[in-house]
Design a protein around this ligand. Structure first.
Ligand code: SF4
Length: 449
């Protein structure tokens, strides 16, 4: 039982690091607390509760988490401080020793975070630090469909991962793959429609693995969501290449609302490195998937994650990866330098890449990415496109995205409040001043708000 009277008039500060999934979860916790009467502390206001949702993808992320905890404790003396997320799961003792931290909740406890918080907050003396369970015991699923401040909703469809890539700590931090039922996700999408939502991004750790828990499949989920009237756009945040089936690609190409937009982690374009990483595919499979997408959706935007400088990536392996990416018809590269994580089996690989080489490789790939994105945008100049615009501060240009994820800019002089969350048909003009978007040449309102 949650004693809501204890929360009336209280203020909370939130801090999130890491992936879309974390942001989505924090936003859901915020919504739950606001239903209990807790307001979000504005800049300069003291918070009674601080909630920090952490990430542990790199050493830098761990460091940022510790800094954020110290800062929030310092800025909000006496506040009840809750730390959750991947770093909390992996280093609960370290975090519980930080002065001012009241509660450390691991991934399994996330599903009952508000109850734990309530118990600890109501009787702080009894609110000892809650230690995390072992990875094997992470079985709960914290549902989340959040809007945040943006036009789009983030619907968490899956959590955890069974893949154990050699460089990754996520399976330890978030547990094994699990998912809620299709029926419950459809219900959340319908709720988003009632709140005026038009676009939903499906989030998760290894989304393509959806269905193991409920004996359903990801394609079935996609079909069920596609039938939810009122949602005009779905995007899938990321899909492992080996789980991106031809059936899914073909369905999305003909679907009502799944956008021609993919985000696929490649990590390396060298088969030697892919083997060292224990990835579940080789570069041929990856290339086949890209060709298939382009065959049925020639204008699809394809973002690709690449990790540079992981152990075992010799200069020859990197050149292979670079040439492979150059040859592929993809739109953007998300480049991450490899970071050593304690407890991962990648640490057993003897060949280590220097920081200087990692920087140089990242730089080359980012340049390649810019060339590809620029060419993709350029091909769309003069074409008609449907854009979903997002709210902008008064006096600033408005931005939105086309179906195939081209960022579009409407100058401040033409921006209107009523265009927010509105589908508009536009003719795409040339690049904006910093080349991060295409300008609108002309527009017309398409849908009702
Ligand atoms: S697929 Fe690999 S990289 Fe992705 S979360 Fe699972 S173990 Fe980590």
């Amino acid at each position: 039982m949650i004693d809501s009277s204890a929360f009336q008039g209280k203020k909370a500060a939130y801090f999130t690091l890491g992936c879309k999934l974390n942001f989505s979860e924090t936003s859901t916790f915020g919504k739950m607390l606001s239903e209990l009467g807790v307001q979000t502390a504005q800049k300069g206001e003291l918070a009674d509760i601080c909630l920090i949702n952490t990430c542990s993808v790199t050493e830098v992320a761990d460091h940022k988490c510790r800094q954020a905890i110290h800062r929030l404790v310092r800025q909000n003396p006496g506040a009840f401080v809750v730390v959750t997320g991947c770093y909390a799961q992996l280093e609960p003792l370290k975090i519980s020793k930080i002065e001012g931290v009241d509660l450390v909740l691991g991934s399994n406890e996330k599903a009952n975070l508000i109850q734990y918080l309530s118990d600890g907050f109501v009787n702080r003396d009894a609110g000892a630090n809650y230690k995390t369970e072992k990875t094997k015991d992470i079985k709960s699923f914290a549902p989340s469909c959040s809007r945040g401040n943006r036009t789009r909703y983030f619907l968490k469809v899956q959590d955890g991962c069974d893949y154990f890539c050699t460089y990754c700590t996520i399976p330890y931090a978030r547990g094994f793959s699990r998912n809620p039922s299709i029926a419950s996700l459809v219900a959340q999408a319908e709720e988003a429609v009632r709140e005026g939502g038009k676009e939903i991004v499906l989030t998760g750790v290894n989304i393509g693995d959806f269905g193991k828990t409920t004996d359903e499949s990801f394609v079935d989920l996609v079909k069920a969501l596609d039938a939810v009237e009122g949602i005009s756009r779905y995007r899938i945040s990321s899909l492992e290449p080996d789980l991106l089936s031809d059936e899914l690609i073909d369905y999305c190409a003909k679907s009502r609302a799944f956008m021609p937009h993919y985000h696929i982690p490649l990590q390396s374009g060298s088969d030697t490195v892919l083997k060292l990483m224990h990835r579940h595919y080789d570069r041929q499979l990856f290339a086949d998937k890209i060709h298939r997408i382009k065959e049925v959706m020639p204008d699809a935007f394809i973002g690709v994650d690449v990790m540079v400088g992981c152990r075992g990536e010799t200069p020859e392996c990197f050149e292979e990866c670079f040439d492979f990416l150059k040859s592929l018809d993809v739109t953007q590269l998300h480049v991450f330098p490899y970071s050593e994580r304690p407890g991962t089996s990648a640490l057993k690989i003897p060949y280590v890449v220097s920081d200087a080489d990692k920087r140089e490789r990242s730089h080359r790939l980012l340049e390649l990415s810019d060339e590809k994105t620029h060419a993709f945008y350029e091909r769309h100049i003069g074409k008609e496109a449907e854009v979903l615009f997002e709210k902008a501060p008064r006096g600033k240009a408005m931005h939105g995205f086309t179906k195939n994820y081209i960022r579009v800019e409407l100058p401040a002089s033409e921006a209107r409040e009523e265009y927010d969350n509105q589908l508009m048909t536009v003719r795409l003009g040339g690049f904006n001043h910093d080349k991060t978007a295409l300008k609108v040449e002309s527009l017309e309102v398409k849908g009702e708000k």
